[in-house]
Design a protein around this ligand. Structure first.
Ligand code: SAM
Ligand code: ZN
Length: 197
């Protein structure tokens, strides 16, 4: 075989083995992003959600929250992009989790099923950071078929942009972190008083 043709063929093999490596990695990520304990279904709260596929005991590690590791500059840039998109479409999905002082995880990747977990004012799950990974744990015993939820912990600042449809008895009407509920309740009662006057 001519030297030139040989070189061409070896380049083709390089591409093929790189593609095989990427396909293998993607398969691994998709497997890691799923859990036998839960499944994705249409949600009664919003869009798609994640449901318990069997009874889950309190404190069980349910699923990993996977994503891309990004530094704080990139994270801020993406947060602004997301806010701009949200203004256009009215949909404000936020997938960025704070990991530590240096790094965040952007969970907006298709192999991360946990990104579809909705918020609730009475959540049955919680996200825990372990070293450089994020896992979703059951906060209490969960029955098969229950939708999995956690507290998004959103700041009160733009609460009106995030109405809550969790439908639980303790729902405060907006996706706002539990620590800020007293402030939110005050704001809402002032608003009601103003409207009534
Ligand atoms: C990370 S996504 C969760 C998955 C989402 N259900 C989907 O189908 O893409 C977050 C978005 O889901 C919606 N969402 C989550 N929990 C909600 C709730 N309790 N009430 C209303 N909307 C909710 C909001 O639009 C939020 O920005
Ligand atoms: Zn709610």
């Amino acid at each position: 075989m001519a030297k030139k043709e040989k070189k061409k063929q070896s380049k083709r093999y390089d591409h093929l083995s790189e593609m095989a490596r990427i396909t293998r990695l993607m398969k691994e990520m998709y497997e890691r992003g799923q859990s036998a304990l839960c499944e994705v279904r249409n949600s009664v709260i919003h869009g798609r959600g994640v449901y318990a596929a069997c009874d889950i005991e309190k404190e069980t590690q349910v699923i990993e929250y996977l994503g891309e590791y990004i530094d704080k500059d990139e994270s801020e840039k993406r947060a602004w992009d997301q806010a701009a998109k949200a203004e256009e479409s009215g949909d404000a999905a936020v997938y960025i989790f704070t990991l530590d002082k240096k790094w965040d995880i952007d969970g907006n990747v298709p192999w991360n099923d946990a990104r579809l977990i909705n918020h609730s004012c009475e959540p049955n799950c919680e996200a825990w950071i372990e070293e450089d990974q994020i896992f979703i744990y059951a906060l209490r015993d969960i029955k098969e078929g229950e939708e999995l939820t956690f507290d998004y912990g959103f700041d009160i600042e733009c609460y009106e942009d995030h109405p809550c449809l969790c439908g639980t008895e303790s729902c405060v009407g907006y996706i706002v972190s539990r620590e800020q509920w007293p402030q939110l309740k005050e704001k809402l009662s002032d608003k009601n008083a103003l409207q009534a006057s």
